[in-house]
Structure formats: structure tokens, C-alpha cells
Design a protein around this ligand. Structure first.
Ligand SMILES: Nc1ncnc2c1ncn2[C@@H]1O[C@H](COP(=O)(O)OP(=O)(O)O)[C@@H](O)[C@H]1O
Ligand SMILES: [Mg+2]
Length: 319
């Protein structure tokens, strides 16, 4: 069974205009437009897309907060809107923009409430809390009201709170927004370990491409409510067609790089060749570089995910 299965998932937001209590018109906005997606248990998915693409709306339907206009969502085989209580036991959610904890309460009290809500037995609670404490170090701010926590502390608290009932699926909507580098690093390490040791399925939206590069073997890009890419970061770079680059340095040079499906930046001792890996093999480029002298060293650079995504959103690679 899939952890998550979306079939033609669609959400239309409607705004009606009324005059004297009568509907006289309105507008409709299709925020999610026939998305189909299958996610196996244990996958770590980066859900990407420009602002307004429909990511949060899709996550709200997967978590049962919103009902689809058409199409369907299944989480471990269950309809999250109709079987909200059961699905809640299968999922944890963290929304970077708003807290799931109680603002005026310390974690100690928030977690006691969550423990009761999810009916976690005292023994299980102790084991899980120990594990979460070891990974997230909550004890130093255990008795501080959430409103007084730093953003990084709060996020550690949110993650622990979302995982107390040990859900097999975790949804994270912009969890690293506003965190400093140190906090981001510890959140990332925690998520990687969670996915690895417990096989937790994770669906992550973020604007931070380092999060995605380090965590997500599979990337789903949505734009204007539709899936425009589903695959690995390497394939995305190929699709977008940003150049890879081979840089060679020489002991001796004897000629110039032959013409080909590439661009050459020849500075004598070093030669840089940019090419599209979707069309040209690095082996062919290296062959050309070897013909023109005796190599001292060479290296290959791939375009960063940041550059790839920027180019994709800019529109020249959309299909
Ligand atoms: N409650 C709502 N009512 C009407 N329109 C909404 C609502 N929530 C989001 N939208 C619109 O739906 C589109 C998708 O929004 P959202 O799912 O928040 O995108 P993302 O999370 O990718 O930035 C946007 O055009 C947004 O303005
Ligand atoms: Mg959003």
C-alpha cells in the first residue's frame, strides 16, 4: 500500500459576490489542478514550487484540513477528510508559519495534552520523549512558555510534538523558514535520522534548496497547481539544461579544443568547457580536452539545485 496516493487531486477556491444576499457572481481559482502522485512508505519527498503554486493547499488536503473539490487523497489507504481521527494517528504535521503548540504553555504541558489526545501510554511516552530529547535537546527550555522560545527552539518543540505519537507520515510545510544556519543543520540531521531509523515518510516543502539537496532523493515540482516535474535532482538539472562544466589544467598545451556542442573558455593553463549533459557525454568532452595537451588535473561541476530551480521557475523550461 502507498503511504500517500493522490488521484487527479483538485481544489478550486471560490469567492462569491453577493448583492442584497443574492449571489451575483464570483471568481474561482484552481489552486491544485489534477495532481496524481504515489508515495511509497519511507520516501523523503521535496515538494517544490514558486509562491502560490498550490503546495500548502495540497498538503492541507493530504492532512484532512481541506476537502478536495474533485479527485481523491488516500493516506495509508484512508480518506483524510472523512476519517480524520484515524488519519491523525498516522500523520504528524509541522507548519513553519504557525504553531501547533499552545502559545502560553511550556512544552511540558503541551506534550501532556498531546499525549492524552493521542492516547500514548505512559511507558511509550517515556521512551519516545527520551528519544526525542536525545535528538532535539528540549530539556533546557522544557519549562519555558512557547511564546518565549527562540525560533529554533520552537521548531525543535514543534517537531517533537508532531512525533510524540510516532506517526509513519510527517508533513513539513516550510519548517526551516527563518531559522539560522545552526538550527537548520540540526533540524536537517534530525529529519534524516528519523527517515532512516524509523522509515518515516516525509513530505517537505521549503524554499531552501540545501534542505532539498541534502534530504530529498525525490523532488516533485508543482506550478500553477500542476505537477511539472517528478524525479531526482540530477534529472531535474538535465531537464532544465543548465550547463555542467569540466575544468582542465595542463602541464603542456599543444592545440585548441575542437568545436563541438559546448562552449570553451580557454585561459591557456586552464580550459573550461560548459556543456549540457542531456546532450553531450562528459567522456566526450574529456576526450577532447586530452587531445590538446597533457593534463595536470581536471574537475567537473554540476549546476547547483538553486540555479536549476531558479531557471525552472523563470519559465524557459516549463512544459
Ligand atoms: N483560503 C484560500 N482562499 C482563496 N484562495 C486561496 C486560499 N489559500 C490559498 N489560496 C490561493 O491558492 C493558490 C495556492 O496557494 P498555496 O496553496 O498557499 O500555495 P503555496 O503554498 O504553493 O505558496 C494561491 O493563488 C493562493 O492565493
Ligand atoms: Mg505555502
Amino acid at each position: 500500500m502507498y503511504a500517500i496516493e493522490l488521484s487527479n487531486l483538485t481544489k478550486v477556491y471560490r469567492k462569491t459576490r453577493r448583492r442584497l444576499f443574492r449571489v451575483v457572481g464570483g471568481t474561482a481559482l484552481t489552486a491544485v489542478d489534477r495532481i496524481s502522485l504515489r508515495i511509497a512508505p519511507g520516501e523523503f519527498i521535496g515538494l517544490l514550487g514558486p509562491n502560490g503554486a498550490g503546495k500548502s493547499t495540497a498538503i492541507k488536503m493530504m492532512t484532512g484540513i481541506l476537502h478536495p473539490t474533485s479527485g481523491s487523497v488516500r493516506v495509508h489507504g484512508l480518506d483524510p477528510h472523512r476519517r480524520r481521527v484515524e488519519v491523525a494517528r498516522h500523520i504528524g504535521t509541522v507548519f513553519g508559519q504557525r504553531t501547533q503548540l499552545w502559545w502560553d504553555l511550556p512544552l511540558r504541558d503541551s506534550f501532556a495534552i498531546l499525549r492524552a489526545m493521542y492516547r500514548v501510554s505512559p511507558d511509550d511516552y517515556r521512551v519516545r520523549l527520551d528519544e526525542l530529547e536525545a535528538a532535539l535537546q528540549l530539556s533546557s527550555f522544557w519549562d519555558t512558555p512557547v511564546r518565549q522560545l527562540s525560533l529554533g527552539q520552537r521548531m525543535r518543540g514543534e517537531l517533537a510534538g508532531a512525533l510524540l505519537h510516532r506517526p509513519p507520515v510527517l508533513f513539513l510545510d516550510e519548517p526551516t523558514i527563518g531559522l539560522d544556519v545552526t538550527a537548520k543543520t540540526s533540524v536537517r540531521a534530525f529529519l534524516a535520522a528519523l527517515n532512516k531509523t524509523h522509515g518515516t515518510t516525509v513530505i517537505l516543502t521549503t524554499h531552501d534548496m540545501s534542505d532539498v539537496e541534502q534530504l530529498c532523493p525525490r523532488i516533485v515540482v508543482i506550478d500553477q497547481g500542476q505537477t511539472i516535474f517528478d524525479g531526482g535532482a540530477g534529472n531535474l538539472a538535465l531537464r532544465v539544461g543548465l550547463p555542467s562544466m569540466l575544468v582542465a589544467s595542463y602541464r603542456h598545451r599543444s592545440g585548441a579544443m575542437r568545436p563541438g556542442d559546448w562552449t570553451v573558455d580557454d585561459a591557456g593553463h586552464t580550459v573550461k568547457v560548459s556543456f549540457d549533459r542531456g546532450r553531450t557525454s562528459p567522456v566526450e568532452v574529456l576526450g577532447g580536452l586530452q587531445e590538446i595537451g597533457s593534463l595536470e588535473d581536471f574537475s567537473m561541476t554540476e549546476p547547483g539545485l538553486d540555479a536549476v530551480i531558479t531557471r525552472l521557475y523563470a519559465g524557459d523550461a516549463r512544459r
